[in-house]
Design a protein around this ligand. Sequence first.
Ligand code: SF4
Length: 65
Amino acid sequence: MSARIVVDRDKCEGLGMCEAMASDYFELDDDETMHVLQEEVPDADRAHVHSATQACPVLALTLAG
Ligand code: SF4
């Protein structure tokens, strides 16, 4: 089983909390546009990525599945 990262682009403000929490999955570019480096999250990383999604101040991140 794996989960998938879903981003609500209308909400994301490029604040970077997700990158600070899980830089292996989230990266901000020079324009503060956030890129998901890896959408599929294996079970081993699930808790780690879940914490990062919870850290988003504008609730733009969901972990589906
Ligand atoms: S923490 Fe939320 S607002 Fe900030 S870059 Fe990540 S998804 Fe976007």
